[in-house]
Design a protein around this ligand. Structure first.
Ligand SMILES: [Zn+2]
Ligand SMILES: [Zn+2]
Length: 292
């Protein structure tokens, strides 16, 4: 395992180039996301969050009732690190000349001319305040989804550091056999198969990893093998989509035993959009609600 954020950033860079070789169609997308993932990892070393305290009596209720530890609005964000990463991601987007270039330019211009405070954006996102985003969209003319994308990706290091800190509160005696994240309650973006075939889920918001039953739909709790299946392509044995015929949703799974590169779940998530397209053609719906 890499020892620090710089090492991890280097491993991510390598994983990006491996996937780019394997799937040239993803080159443009990976050039863009690769830079963002590396910037996020590097930003972690200068991100400092205030530890979130959960009083004993609150914790015991959460564990007993199987509630997530916090709600999204309770995440602690390092505003300084957020602002600097936000500017970095916007400049990556501008240089990339893709869909995000114009919104990124407009956002930085709005921040520099005092029309908007960058930090107000993440509070809006964490509080799930869509009217706040609509208001900004109206005032600045930046599309809501682009604003959410740029904001979410800039708070991601804080989110994962909070998740790491909060995981110390989780009940290690009992497995969390739920389809939602034990930290923040969001659904999983990807799952993995590891070791002896153990299955793990990764939160689509804070990216916390938790152990899950092998035969299990995280979206409707279905555990009936007759209505759970998966599809995959012969050329890509490391990927599959786990499908639930009961709720018609699926989750993409990476068999980490079949890859040599570092497993960075957000990277694998965006490198498998072809599986999402296949699933959509089959009339299936993704259970993911990520800001990616
Ligand atoms: Zn989470
Ligand atoms: Zn289901």
């Amino acid at each position: 395992m890499p020892e620090n954020n710089e090492d991890t950033a280097g491993q991510i860079r390598k994983a990006v180039s491996v996937i780019r070789e394997l799937r040239p169609a993803y080159k443009t997308l990976l050039d863009f996301y690769g830079q963002i993932f590396v910037a996020q990892e590097t930003s972690k070393s200068r991100t400092h969050i205030i530890a979130i305290q959960i009083p004993e009596e609150v914790l015991s209720v959460k564990i007993r009732e199987e509630f997530p530890l916090i709600s999204m609005s309770e995440f602690a964000i390092d505003t300084e690190a957020y602002e600097s990463l936000s500017r970095e991601i916007c400049s990556i987007a501008e240089r990339d000349h893709g869909n995000m270039a114009v919104p990124a330019k407009m956002l930085i211009h709005a921040a520099d001319t005092g029309k908007i405070e960058l930090r107000s954006l993440f509070s809006g996102l964490l509080e799930g305040n869509s009217s706040f985003f609509e208001k900004i969209t109206g005032e600045l003319g930046i599309e809501k989804d682009s604003l959410a994308f740029l904001t979410y990706n800039s708070i991601k290091p804080s989110l994962s550091l909070c998740a790491e800190q909060l995981s110390g509160y989780l009940d290690t005696d009992n497995k969390w056999e739920k389809g939602y994240c034990p930290i923040c309650g969001n659904p999983p973006a990807v799952s993995s198969l590891e070791g002896e075939g153990e299955r793990f889920l990764f939160c689509g918001f804070c990216w916390h990893k938790w152990h899950a039953p092998r035969l299990f739909c995280p979206f409707c709790d279905n555990r009936d093998g007759k209505t759970l299946r998966y599809f995959y392509s012969e050329e890509e044995k490391e990927y599959r989509a786990d499908v639930c015929d009961k709720c018609k949703k699926y989750v993409k799974t990476v068999d980490t035993r079949k890859i040599e590169r570092m497993f960075h779940p957000p990277l694998e998530h965006i490198s498998t959009l072809h599986l999402d397209m296949q699933a959509k053609d089959m009339g299936l719906e993704s259970g993911v609600q990520t800001g990616l």
